[in-house]
Design a protein around this ligand. Structure first.
Ligand SMILES: Nc1ncnc2c1ncn2[C@@H]1O[C@H](COP(=O)(O)OP(=O)(O)OP(=O)(O)O)[C@@H](O)[C@H]1O
Ligand SMILES: [Mg+2]
Length: 618
């Protein structure tokens, strides 16, 4: 079940993108970093890609340049102070032996050090958070503008973590990591020079160890990066399992599948743990070896240094300073290794974020003609397969024309393609071939936002937002006044139950409207469509969850609403269908019968069979 990744990455249509050389769906879940170009020198290509990513991230954070530069200056000051520190130690040790008072020096150093640390951390954090906020907003804007097919293929959890954790690590890349790397480099190089000045012979001894540690660090960095990616993927899988279980908790409970879900989650966290374990072992082994090397070097330096002091070739203060410098070098190198691993991880995250930021929606939100709308609809040899399942043709050559103001009922067996016909009319998808026309114009020439502005849709599974009743209804027309909202609710026969709530229109409906009954959700969705006052109405099983009496009332309200508007009613119930001007029977992705209810009843065909079944059942 968890295997959905591979088909998903193949499924998408080719999508134009601004970014260089990425495939449209590579942007989605599975990481596209670390790819190597076959044949070519992979590492340089990878390096170039990373440089490009860094440059892009720098571009995103350029408005914080002043803060970041100031913070970097303070950080460099800190590095210089750290380098001066052992000299101070030397001064104090040798001075104490000679009987001098170091209080002035200590005070000045502490003040300067404290201020620089406070200043830089505040500057970095604020600049970083501002940058992250902008990236998050841009990313959300980019994501919400993607075509519907993109969301069919995406995992919500993945998108959410792009906006959350991945965006945050983008900020770390440029601010903290680069600055800390700079600081560690200054410290390492400076300390090495000062080591040489203090005692060339001891330095030579110490340098025997450093290259080995450095090489190990590079190797370790690579390994940890690869293992880290695997770990992150595994964690994402686990979150996905959890998310799915929580959002379908009613189904889980009804089928007493808690243990099964726990097991699934356990398997997912198990995979994450395996990846983490390998990473821990790789990291631990390296750190163990490195610190053994460092201790050995320190022991050798102390031993040899002690000998030099005893011989009078080195002062006690100089040896102390030397040891502190050695410690500085070790810490800075260790810091650099950590930063490297961390930075690589963030680069991976940044690449995913950038890929999504750059993604050009296959279908733009706006742009195109905004003609006057009479409301005549024509489906012309429409063939269609969902992009996520390109091999299954859902509509197989649909020809259908609906006059302006006509009320047409779409009926047919489940899975016939009725909802899909509606989705094409809203231009949630484009036909694979053929065309859908509004007043003779191909929908692809029309501004999609304008088009959707002409339509009121009551979907088969109406979804409400976790907001108040009023806000949910007002979604149909954001500028609507309070009285208009109430009037729409009255027309949809929702006013009675809404005003029976203690909090009335301010009642919160819960996530996806879960705190309402199915019929109540439907009536609010109808109120939303009524409030929109559209040219074209699309009612997909809009009253299916209502009892016969409520349905009759709502139907009467809808009949009033439909007057003069082109209406597509998708319904199974005979009572709803019979009132339509024409009935269109869809089966297996094709229109099989068209005609008035009475006329179709006279013919032996699918419609008559469907109706007879229902009469028998009723
Ligand atoms: N988002 C999607 N991605 C892939 N396939 C889909 C998607 N939505 C629907 N389908 C498939 O398209 C076919 C037609 O579905 P559609 O929802 O249009 O049927 P319907 O006529 O509305 O049925 P019902 O009466 O049950 O609502 C079905 O086989 C379904 O599995
Ligand atoms: Mg349907």
């Amino acid at each position: 079940m968890r295997q959905a990744k591979a088909p998903r990455s193949k499924a998408g249509p080719p999508v134009p993108r601004r970014g260089p050389g990425r495939s449209g769906w590579g942007a989605m879940g599975r990481p596209c970093y670390g790819r190597r170009v076959p044949g070519a020198s992979g590492i340089t290509e990878e390096g170039r890609e990373r440089t490009r990513t860094l440059v892009r991230v720098a571009g995103l954070l350029r408005r914080e340049a002043v803060s970041l530069l100031a913070a970097t200056a303070l950080l460099s000051l800190g590095a210089v102070l750290a380098l001066a520190y052992p000299q101070g130690v030397r001064f104090i040790v040798d001075g104490a032996i000679a009987g001098r008072d170091p209080a002035e020096l200590v005070r000045a150093a502490l003040l300067l050090g404290g201020l620089s640390v406070a200043g830089r951390s505040i500057l970095f954090m604020l600049a970083g958070e501002r940058g992250v906020r902008r990236v998050r907003e841009q990313l959300f804007q980019s994501l919400i503008s993607q075509e519907v097919a993109f969301f069919d293929a995406a995992r919500t959890g993945d998108l959410v973590s792009r906006i959350g954790a991945d965006s945050a690590s983008l900020q770390g890349l440029l601010s903290t990591y680069l600055a800390m790397a700079l600081r560690h480099t200054i410290t390492t190089l400076g300390a090495l020079v000062l080591l040489l000045v203090t005692s060339p012979r001891l330095t030579g001894l110490m340098l025997l160890v450093v290259p080995a540690v450095a090489l190990g660090a590079v190797h370790y960095g690579r390994k940890v990066r690869a293992l880290g990616r695997r770990y992150q993927d595994a964690v994402a899988d686990a979150s996905h399992v959890a998310e799915e279980a929580f959002s379908s908790v009613r189904t889980v409970r009804a089928y007493t599948a808690e243990a099964l879900e726990v097991e699934r989650f356990g398997a997912a966290t198990g995979a994450a743990y395996q990846a983490a374990r390998r990473r821990a072992i790789a990291a631990g082994t390296f750190m163990g070896a490195a610190s053994a090397g460092v201790y050995a070097a320190a022991a050798a330096v102390v031993g040899y240094g002690g000998l030099l002091v005893a011989r009078g070739a080195l002062s006690a203060g100089a040896l102390t300073a030397f040891l502190v410098y050695t410690l500085l070098v070790a810490m800075s190198l260790g810091g650099l290794a950590d930063l490297w691993a961390e930075g690589m991880r963030s680069l991976g995250a940044a690449e995913k974020v950038l890929a999504l930021l750059d993604r050009v929606p296959a279908m733009p939100l706006t742009g195109g003609a905004r003609p006057a709308c009479a409301g005549a609809i024509v489906y012309e040899a429409v063939r269609f397969a969902y992009p996520t399942r390109p091999e299954a043709e859902v509509l197989q050559g649909v020809d259908l024309s609906i006059g302006a103001g006509e009320v047409v009922a779409l009926v047919g067996p489940s899975g016939a393609g009725k909802t899909t016909l509606g989705a094409l009319l809203c231009r949630l998808y484009d036909p694979t071939s053929g065309a859908v026309r509004l007043d003779g114009r191909d929908l692809r020439e029309i501004d999609p936002a304008w088009l959707r502005g002409q339509m009121g849709v009551v979907p088969q599974e109406p979804v409400l937002f976790s907001a108040s009743v009023e806000e949910n209804v007002r979604y149909g027309r954001p500028g609507a006044r309070g009285e208009e909202v109430v009037a729409a609710c009255r027309a949809a026969h929702a006013h009675e139950f809404v005003s029976a709530f203690p909090e009335g229109y301010a009642t919160r409906v819960g996530e996806r409207g879960q705190q309402l009954s199915g019929g109540q959700r439907q009536r609010l969705a109808i109120a939303r469509a009524i409030l929109r006052d559209p040219r074209i109405l699309l009612l997909d099983e809009a009253t299916s969850a209502l009892d016969a009496e409520s349905e009759a009332l709502v139907r009467e309200a809808l009949a009033r609403l439909m007057r003069g508007r082109t209406t597509l009613i998708i319904a199974h119930r005979l009572s709803t269908v019979a009132s339509a001007d024409r009935v269109v029977v869809v089966d297996g992705g094709q229109v099989v019968e068209v005609g008035a209810h009475a006329e179709l009843l006279r013919r032996p065909g699918l419609y008559r069979r469907l109706v007879e079944r229902q009469m028998l059942g009723a």
